[in-house]
Design a protein. Structure first.
Length: 194
């Protein structure tokens, strides 16, 4: 099935906040611009719900972040961080996101999963079998290849990091300096002479 987009299409966006946060942090050492992610995923269609699945920590330092998401029109679903004997921590929203997607599938035309987690492959297959389009938006380099193949459309945030990251600065100078010094060694002269 090809992707269908038109202005009357009703859309729900489910954001695996931890997945996007850690992908941006590990790949780019930056933070996600969730407003631009939602805007790009939605396009000119009708947003019915945008849900962000987040975790409350012991310190509560994430409250300002939650407020910023709400100002963007994104609903927050919170879960407390579980701390187990021995110090192990767990905060997983996969089942909650899946249940919400299944509940919403009959109320919208498209569900957009803002994640690249391969655990959502069975969910995407099921929602598609119910006649609902399933799309994904995330950083392609950290996304499951099979998940990307399963969804009807995949938007790769890696293609425009300036748009989807806050405080992103490409590290081009380092690469150029390395190349410049290699050329200098081979040629035996300053590259500025070229």
């Amino acid at each position: 099935m090809g992707v269908i987009r038109h202005p009357e299409q009703r859309v729900a966006i489910l954001i695996d906040t931890q997945n996007l946060y850690h992908s941006a942090k590990n790949l780019y050492k930056s933070k996600v611009n969730f407003g631009n992610v939602v805007e790009t995923a939605l396009g000119d269609r009708k947003l019915i719900r945008a849900l962000s699945y987040v975790v409350n920590t012991e310190t509560g330092e994430e409250n300002a972040f939650f407020e910023a998401l709400e100002k963007l029109g994104i609903e927050i679903k919170t879960k407390d961080l579980q701390i187990f004997f021995g110090g192990a921590k767990k905060a997983d929203w996969d089942v909650g996101m899946a249940v919400d997607a299944i509940k919403l599938a009959h109320k919208v035309d498209a569900i957009i999963l803002a994640t690249g987690d391969g655990d959502f492959i069975p969910l995407a297959e099921y929602v598609k079998s119910q006649g609902c389009q399933v799309e994904a938006i995330t950083f392609g380099r950290s996304a499951s290849g099979k998940f990307k193949e399963t969804v009807d459309d995949f938007i790769d945030l890696d293609e425009d990091p300036n748009r989807f990251l806050i405080g992103y600065k490409p590290n081009r100078k380092k690469g150029n300096r390395g190349l410049r010094s290699q050329i200098q060694k081979v040629v035996g002269t300053d590259t500025d002479d070229f």
